[in-house]
Design a protein around this ligand. Structure first.
Ligand code: AMP
Length: 301
């Protein structure tokens, strides 16, 4: 079983209250792929520029991530610059350079087209649609998006929402997409747009899952130090879908366990800058923190 992801493969320049990092590996697909690769093989679809170093590609390959779907184009790699506030839940985008991403049309290698578990990571919805059109028999499609695409490509996003099972979105984006300020009402409105399940990420406050018949809430794993929250959302999605692919269990119980695995992987990501912690953590570390998470939320005993 493997998971396919389309999203950005990027350079990030980040400022947090704890330090700065310039042009490090980032992007929605990078975080997702590294997170999911603890559980299952991963295939990436994306685009990079001439300035993208081979060492990052080698990192993906060492982690059993198939990079044949990453196209190298003339020009510079997508670059995002962000700054976090003292309240680390808040961040501003200072610069967004689409570079080779503008006008990119993904072409999936033939052997990617039977992908069963698909993550449409944060990228232009036009590209998300293009990927969906090239896949034959999907079992489960999960999608992410952000304020930029809700504003710039809203009509295409609506088309995507009609074709997916699950949407992962943060609370402020859920409000923007639905026009509802209450998060529960926002989730209900988004369910009407197509997805059967909506997962609302609330940063350090955890995740809420909504479907027609279920609501499930989990906290984020409490950490003393959050160093850099970049990629927490994509790592959550990677841990979530990676675990669903590993277990093959998409029952409500399986989804709940996958939400906790996603939260655990995200808790590692934020402990260091960029993808660093995702490269030093191991699957036993993740399993151990999963067990601690179970204790943390147990109120039966
Ligand atoms: P997250 O913190 O999980 O929301 O994701 C952060 C990642 O999203 C960073 O590594 C950025 O490179 C990437 N990113 C920022 N803006 C965009 C955008 N408009 N589209 C796609 N990816 C983006």
């Amino acid at each position: 079983m493997s998971v396919l992801v389309v999203g950005t493969v990027a350079f990030d320049s980040i400022e947090t209250p704890f330090g700065v990092a310039e042009r490090i590996l980032g992007g929605s697909a990078s975080y997702f792929a590294l997170a999911a690769s603890f559980f299952t093989p991963v295939r990436i679809v994306g685009v990079i520029g001439e300035d993208f170093p081979d060492e990052h590609i080698e990192l993906f390959r060492r982690r059993n991530i198939d990079t044949d779907g990453i196209k190298r184009e003339k020009g510079d790699t997508f670059h995002w610059r962000g700054r976090y506030h003292e309240d680390i839940n808040l961040r501003d985008t200072l610069e967004l350079h689409l570079n080779v991403l503008s006008g990119f049309m993904p072409r999936l290698p033939e052997r990617y087209r039977d992908a069963e578990y698909v993550f449409l990571g944060n990228i232009d919805p036009v590209m998300q649609l293009e990927v969906l059109n090239q896949i034959h028999h999907m079992k489960l499609v999960v999608c992410d998006t952000m304020d930029h695409w809700i504003r710039e490509s809203g009509d295409n996003l609506q088309k995507v929402l009609k074709r997916i099972e699950m949407l992962v979105i943060n609370d402020s984006e859920a409000r923007l997409l639905s026009g509802e300020s209450n998060v529960v009402r926002a989730a209900r409105a988004i369910l009407k747009m197509g997805p059967k399940v909506v997962l609302i990420k609330r940063g350090e406050y955890g995740v809420l899952q909504f479907s027609d018949s279920q609501v499930f809430a989990t906290p984020a794993y409490p950490l003393e130090e959050v160093f850099d929250p970049t990629g927490a959302g994509d790592s959550f999605a990677g841990g979530f879908l990676g675990q669903l692919a590993r277990s093959g269990d998409a029952s409500q119980r399986g989804i709940r366990r996958a939400i906790v695995y996603g939260s655990v992987v995200a808790s590692f990501t934020v402990e260091d800058f960029g993808v660093k912690r995702l490269t030093t953590a191991s699957l036993p570390d993740i399993e151990e923190r999963f067990e601690r998470f179970v204790e943390l939320t147990d109120f039966h005993t």
